[in-house]
Design a protein. Structure first.
Length: 278
């Protein structure tokens, strides 16, 4: 009887410690969500104004919101990876992995999608598994997959016209209607202008459905590199061939056409290219 009582007490102690540890992370995540909601409310308030009424201070605040949102995204990923590593054999990480799924690198996705984990078969993991399967279609180390589409003049164009021809090539998946794509494009333009003379090439693969919108965005965003599309939106060949489930997205090919990096954005794109062309 005494032995049973001791076992029950030990089990209760373990459960209590587990509950305390998980609550710590639950509180952290709730704190992030509260901050997110505050940012969204401020963003909506500013954006609801007539364009002529938006001040320089408003634009500065919008930039601050974007920066802060990025910081919160980074924290969310850090906390989620800690949860995965500390509670791998439990079901606790599932919902947090699902919520942070688009922030993970390829190696991080491989880690959080460990089929031996205690949360792998939870229902929240279903969409995560689909994204992981798609991501593996463009994993570093694979050779590029051929795409045959048309350019802005209606002329047939193949990815192999550029890939594997001795240059580093960034295959950039985007669309004119994609807000995050438009926000990221100035960075791609900067990288292109900076490294083009050294042999860097960009190929734009549009997920548009209307040629006019596609052409207009290419011009307004200053995209001077080759473009291709089949104007089928999310049903396009690129989405299926490269497992693209969200944009912006990209793959960086080495001179032989092998995928060496995926989803390079912001300063990370600049750093990778600077290292290549140093």
């Amino acid at each position: 009887m005494r032995k049973i009582l001791i076992m029950v007490m030990l089990a209760f102690g373990t459960f209590a410690a587990y509950a305390q540890d998980t609550k710590q992370y639950e509180d952290k995540m709730k704190g992030l969500e509260t901050q997110y909601q505050s940012l969204i409310a401020t963003y909506k308030t500013i954006k609801s104004k007539d364009k002529s009424a938006i001040t320089a201070d408003d634009n500065k605040r919008l930039e601050e919101i974007e920066t802060k949102a990025g910081e919160l995204d980074s924290l969310q990923k850090v906390y989620t990876l800690e949860i995965v590593r500390n509670f791998k054999n439990t079901t606790f990480p599932a919902k947090y992995v699902a919520e942070a799924v688009y922030s993970f690198s390829f190696d991080e996705m491989k880690e959080v999608c460990d089929s031996t984990s205690g949360y792998y078969n939870e229902k929240e993991m279903a969409p995560v598994k689909k994204i992981w399967a798609a991501l593996q279609l463009r994993q570093p180390g694979l050779m590029f997959h051929e795409l045959t589409m048309v350019d802005l003049n209606g002329k047939a164009i193949k990815l192999s016209d550029y890939a594997g021809k001795g240059k580093y090539v960034l295959v950039d998946f985007w669309a004119s209607w994609c807000g995050p794509c438009r926000m990221e494009m100035p960075n791609v333009v900067e990288a292109y202008k900076k490294f083009r003379a050294k042999g860097f090439e960009v190929i734009g693969v549009s997920f548009d459905q209307k040629k006019e919108s596609w052409a207009s965005a290419v011009k307004s965003l200053g995209m001077e590199w080759p473009q291709m599309s089949d104007l089928k939106g999310w049903q396009c060949a690129a989405a299926k061939t490269y497992g693209i489930m969200s944009i912006p997205s990209n793959v960086l090919l080495d001179p032989q056409g092998k995928i060496i990096e995926i989803d390079l954005r912001g300063e990370h794109l600049q750093k990778v290219l600077a290292e290549i062309y140093k």
